[in-house]
Design a protein around this ligand. Structure first.
Ligand code: MEV
Length: 464
C-alpha cells in the first residue's frame, strides 16, 4: 500500500500528530508555568472539577504525589499511634474537611492554599476574592522584626532600679550563656538569643514587679519550646546576679517584636463600593463589637491554614487578639482606605508559625500541606497566611456592603440544611432548588424550611 497516496490514512496520521503536538505543548506549558511558579493553568476552572479530576491536576502540577492521593482517599491519618504520642487519654482523631483555595498570587508567586475548616463558603470566598485581586491588583507581604519573646517574672523586687542595673550590666554574658547552653541549634542556623530587656510592672500595692524580656530569633521553628527552655535556663543566673527570686518563666504570645504585614492594592474599584468598604473598616476600627466580628472574618482565613500546616492556632489567635487591643481598646486588625480609584487594605499583627519541628513534621497531613503550599521557610508561611486573612476579610466586607452575608453564605449553606434535614441523594437536588427559591423570595432560610420542603416532596411522591 502506498501510504503517501492513501489520503485518509495520511489525514488520520496528521491529526494524531497534531494531537500529540498539542498534548506535548500543554505539558510543556504546564512545565514552564510550574517552573515560573505560575499555577494559572490549575486555578482555571478548578472549582468545577470532580474530586478525582482535582487529584489529577494536583498531581500533574507536582503539588501532590500518588501516595498523597492514596492517603487522602483512605481518609487521611488513621494510625492511632501519633495521637497516643501527642496527647493524653487519646481515643481517636477529630476529622475536619481539608480543601484548597485557588488564585492566590502573593509577592509575585502563585500559591494553592490548603485550608482545614468546617465553615461553608470560606474557601469559595477566599478563592473568589483572590481572583479579583489577581486580575485587578496586587498582594504583597513582609515580616517586620525577627525575634519572639520570652518572659521571666520576679513578682516582687526590693529595688527595681538596682535589679535592672544588675541584669543589664551582665546582659551580654547571659545572652552568650543561653546561646551556648540552650539555643546552639538556632545559632547554627543564623538565629538564637539576641537581646534582654527589663520592664517594671505596677503591682498596685506600692511594691515593684520586674519582668525580663528575652528576645530570640527562632528561624524556621515556632520556637515555643526553645524560648521556654532559654527562660528556665536563665532563671538561676538571674537569681544569683540579683539576689532576687524568679516566680515564673514563659513565652509571650503578644510578639510585637515580629509582625507580619500584608497589603492589598486594588485598581479601578467602583467608588461606591470602595467607600462602603472604607466605612465598614472604620466601623471595625472604632467599635469593639464590630471589631470582634471583623477579626473573626480575618481568622476565618488564617486559622484553617494554621491548622492545615500543623501550627498552634491558639497561639496565633491569642497573639492577634492581644495585638488588636494593644492601645487599650480592641480594634480591627485590618484597615481599608480609598486612595483615588484604588482601594488599599493592610493587615499587620504577630503571626508566629513554624515549618520545622513539632506537628508540622509529625502529622502526615500537615507535612503534605506544607509541601503543597511550597513555602521555603517560616517567614514565607507567615506572609502567605497573613495574605489569606486579609483576602478573606475583603471578601466578607464586599459581601456585607453589597448583597449582604445571607446571599453568598446561605446559598452554600443550603447544601448543609438539605443534608441535615435528611434528604437522600435523589432528593437533594429538588430540596436545594426549592430552598433557593425560598431564599430569593423571603431573603432568609432555615432548617425548618428544609424539613417542610422535604415533607412536601415525600407526601407528593406518595400521592402520585
Ligand atoms: C462569618 O464567619 C464572618 C463574618 O461575620 C466576618 C465579618 O463580619 O466581617 C462575615
Amino acid at each position: 500500500m502506498d501510504l503517501i497516496n492513501d489520503k485518509s490514512l495520511a489525514g488520520a496520521l496528521t491529526s494524531k500528530t497534531e494531537a500529540i503536538k498539542m498534548a506535548l505543548g500543554k505539558i510543556s506549558t504546564i512545565e514552564n508555568e510550574v517552573q515560573q511558579n505560575s499555577l494559572e493553568f490549575l486555578f482555571k476552572g478548578f472549582s468545577k472539577l470532580e474530586r478525582e479530576q482535582r487529584f489529577a491536576v494536583l498531581k500533574e502540577a507536582g503539588l501532590l504525589t500518588a501516595e498523597d492521593v492514596a492517603f487522602l482517599n483512605r481518609g487521611g491519618l488513621k494510625d492511632n499511634s501519633l495521637g497516643e504520642k501527642l496527647i493524653e487519654n487519646a481515643i481517636g482523631y477529630f476529622q475536619l474537611p481539608l480543601g484548597v483555595a485557588t488564585n492566590f498570587h502573593v509577592d509575585g508567586k502563585d500559591y494553592l492554599i490548603p485550608m482545614a475548616v468546617e465553615e461553608t463558603s470560606i474557601i469559595a470566598a477566599a478563592s473568589k476574592t483572590a481572583k479579583w485581586i489577581r486580575e485587578s491588583g496586587s498582594l504583597t507581604t513582609r515580616v517586620l522584626g525577627k525575634d519572639i519573646i520570652g518572659q521571666i517574672q520576679l513578682a516582687r523586687v526590693r529595688s527595681f532600679d538596682e535589679f535592672a542595673q544588675k541584669v543589664l550590666a551582665r546582659k551580654n554574658e547571659l545572652i552568650e550563656q543561653a546561646n551556648i547552653e540552650v539555643a546552639f541549634g538556632l545559632v547554627k542556623r543564623g538565629g538564637g538569643v539576641a537581646d534582654i530587656t527589663v520592664r517594671r510592672i505596677e503591682r498596685g500595692d506600692g511594691d515593684s514587679m520586674a519582668v525580663i524580656h528575652v528576645y530570640m530569633d527562632a528561624v524556621d521553628a515556632m520556637g515555643a519550646n526553645i524560648i521556654n527552655q532559654v527562660c528556665e535556663f536563665l532563671k538561676q543566673p538571674i537569681q544569683e546576679i540579683t539576689g532576687e527570686k524568679v516566680t515564673m518563666c514563659i513565652l509571650s504570645n503578644l510578639v510585637d517584636s515580629k509582625l507580619t504585614e500584608a497589603t492589598v492594592v486594588l485598581e479601578n474599584v467602583d467608588p461606591e463600593l470602595a467607600e462602603k468598604i472604607e466605612e465598614a473598616s472604620l466601623f471595625a476600627q472604632q467599635d469593639p463589637y464590630r471589631a470582634a466580628t471583623n477579626n473573626k472574618g480575618v481568622l476565618n482565613g488564617i486559622d484553617p491554614v494554621v491548622i492545615a500546616t500543623g501550627n498552634d492556632w491558639r497561639a496565633v489567635e491569642a497573639g492577634i487578639h492581644a495585638y488588636a487591643a494593644r492601645d487599650g481598646q480592641y480594634r480591627s486588625i485590618t484597615k481599608w482606605q480609598r486612595d483615588g480609584a484604588k482601594l488599599v487594605g493592610v493587615f499587620k499583627a504577630p503571626l508566629i508559625v513554624g515549618t520545622v519541628g513539632g506537628v508540622t513534621v509529625l502529622h502526615p497531613t500537615a507535612s503534605m500541606c506544607l509541601r503543597m503550599l511550597n513555602v521555603q521557610n517560616a517567614s514565607e508561611l507567615s506572609r502567605v497566611i497573613s495574605a489569606v486573612g486579609l483576602v478573606q476579610n475583603l471578601g466578607a466586607l464586599k459581601a456585607l456592603t453589597t448583597v449582604g452575608i445571607i446571599e453568598g453564605h446561605m446559598k452554600l449553606h443550603i447544601k448543609n440544611l438539605t443534608m441535615a434535614a435528611g434528604a437522600s441523594e435523589k432528593e437533594i437536588p429538588y430540596v436545594q432548588k426549592k430552598l433557593e427559591e425560598i431564599l430569593t423570595l423571603k431573603k432568609r432560610i432555615s432548617h425548618s424550611h428544609a424539613i417542610e420542603v422535604l415533607k412536601e416532596l415525600r407526601s407528593s411522591f406518595h400521592q402520585n
